[in-house]
Each structure stands twice: as C-alpha cells, then as structure tokens.
Write a protein that binds this ligand. Structure first.
Ligand SMILES: C[S@@+](CC[C@H](N)C(=O)[O-])C[C@H]1O[C@@H](n2cnc3c(N)ncnc32)[C@H](O)[C@@H]1O
Length: 274
C-alpha cells in the first residue's frame, strides 16, 4: 500500500497540478485510486499508474476526484434531531439571560450550503414556534470558491432534496422547473466566505472578527486528512468556540473526537462539548 501511495503522490507532484496530496490520509488516496481503476475498467494498478504518469489530463481528473464536495440537508438525522429538540431550544432560551446579543454558528466546510441552510431552517422554525425572540448569525465557509458560489445561489435539484420533508419543502423552497430555490429569508442571517482551515495565518472567518461561536460544525472532511493536518483543523475549531460551546462533526468522524477526549453530549449524536 505504502509504495503505491508514494508512487501516486510523486506522479501528482511531478505534474504540478496544484494540490499537495501528501496531506491526505493514505487509505483515502488508495481508495480513490482503486475506484478510478474500477470505474475505468483498467486491468491493473501498474497500468493506471503509467496512465497517470503520462497524461496530465488524467492526473487532473484524478486530482478532481479527490475533492469530495458531497453534502445533504439534515445529513445525519440523529445529530439534527438532537439539535432541533434539545440543543437549539436550550441555546435560544439561555441567550435571553446572557449578555450575548446573538447566537453564533460556524459551518466550517459548508460545501454547497445544505448544512448552514438546514441549521437556519431549524432556527427560523424555532423563532416562529416560539414566543422568545433571538437573533443569530451563521458563518458558512469552505476552501473552494465554486462551493461558496453554489451555496450562495441556493439552488438544488430534486435528488438533493431527499432528506427534506414535504412541510419544509413547501415552507423553505420555491420550485423552479426541476430545481428548488432556497427562501431568501434563510440567506439573511448567513454570511458565506472562502476560508481554508489549513491556512496557518487565519484563525476564524474574517467577518466573524474573533470567532466566539456557540456551535461550530466541522463535518465530513477530517477523515480525508492525515492526523497532523486533522490536528491543525481541530485546534483551530476548538479555539474558535466560546466557553461551553459545541462542535458538531460527521458520523464517521466521532472516533477522532473521542480519541481527543472530547465529551459527546448524547451517545452517537456526533455533538461534542469543548
Ligand atoms: C464532503 S464535503 C462535506 C460538506 C458538509 N460539511 C457535510 O457534512 O455535508 C467536504 C467539504 O470540505 C471542504 N474542505 C476540504 N478541506 C478543506 C479545508 N482545508 N478548508 C476548508 N474547507 C475544506 C471541501 O471543499 C468540501 O466542500
């Protein structure tokens, strides 16, 4: 395995196509490599290595396949159910008694926006079901410009709407042909911007000024990176959270947090207290 990974890394760096694949977890690189072999019906690993070596176009395609931007609304149902029923109602209630003026949430790898919009739907629903008034801001960031543009556009195809129940589809989307456009009301409190979590010169999104988030969502990106790079991201997220704040991660990344001695607020919820 190590030899193949070293070979892939050296080929991709010799093509100078822009990303440093040495940051990625070896198993992730190898799986992506094997998926390509399967997809292209290639006979052996050596054959695909040789194609990669000789074709800058194929090397670029392979590199693109390493950028996983997949996301879903309400992606982990258990996490979103705990957020909806327990965490957000308690936060909106407690903010009334604190000096803090607004609830501050960071969606730190927001892809095309499903994650921040799902949270905004929950908060707006709480607002209208509730006599309590509160304000909130969601800082939605990603390293990729195209993802930020797509998130801001807020346009989704039918297949992307799978986890959104009919009540929410009617309330929060306008149908436009085969697409669904997000209600502009949900955009009002979300600030989208580019942010690379591995950039050592940045601590938190510039428009948040100093972080101080009640909740940061860092979901479905840590497992692509080697531990050294995961730790850089984890530390950054941890420092951006206010006292008693929470970090939400992906189902498959719970072990990373448990191994760092974070405390999960409810078993399996993927929500951790800092
Ligand atoms: C698989 S998507 C996950 C999206 C969403 N958080 C979710 O759980 O559905 C991973 C996202 O992480 C972003 N990403 C990867 N590395 C990043 C980094 N170093 N800084 C910021 N965003 C990053 C990618 O651009 C992509 O949009």
């Amino acid at each position: 395995m190590k030899k193949t990974v070293e070979h892939i890394t050296s080929i991709l760096s010799s093509h100078a196509i822009g990303i440093d694949v040495s940051k990625y977890e070896e198993s992730f690189l190898l799986n992506s490599f094997k998926n390509k072999i399967f997809e292209k019906k290639i006979n052996s690993e050596n054959e695909y290595l040789s194609i990669l070596e000789n074709s800058e176009t194929e090397a670029t395609h392979f590199e693109n396949s390493l950028h996983n931007n997949y996301s879903e609304f309400f992606r982990n149902p258990l996490t979103f159910s705990v957020l909806e029923r327990i965490i957000l109602p308690s936060l909106t209630h407690s903010i009334k008694y604190s000096k803090q003026k607004e609830i501050r949430i960071w969606s730190a790898a927001c892809a095309s926006g499903q994650e921040p919009y799902s949270i905004a739907m929950l908060l707006e629903e709480l607002k209208s079901d509730n006599t309590e008034n509160f304000s909130y801001r969601i800082f939605a960031t990603d390293q990729c410009d195209m993802q930020i543009d797509a998130a801001f556009a807020g346009k989704y195809e039918s297949l992307e709407m799978n986890n959104v129940n009919m009540k929410r589809v009617k309330r929060w989307f306008a149908k436009n042909g085969n697409s669904f456009l997000i209600d502009p009301l949900l955009k009002k409190n979300i600030e989208f911007s580019k942010f690379d979590l591995l950039d050592k010169t940045l601590n938190s999104p510039a428009n948040s000024i100093f972080g101080d988030f009640d909740i940061a969502v860092c979901s479905n990106l840590l497992f692509y990176y080697k531990p050294k790079f995961r730790n850089i991201i984890l530390e950054k997220i941890q420092h951006s959270i206010s006292d008693g704040g929470l970090i939400i991660t992906g189902e498959a990344e719970r072990d990373i947090f448990l191994n760092h001695q974070f405390k999960e607020v409810f078993p399996q919820s993927a929500i951790f207290r800092v």
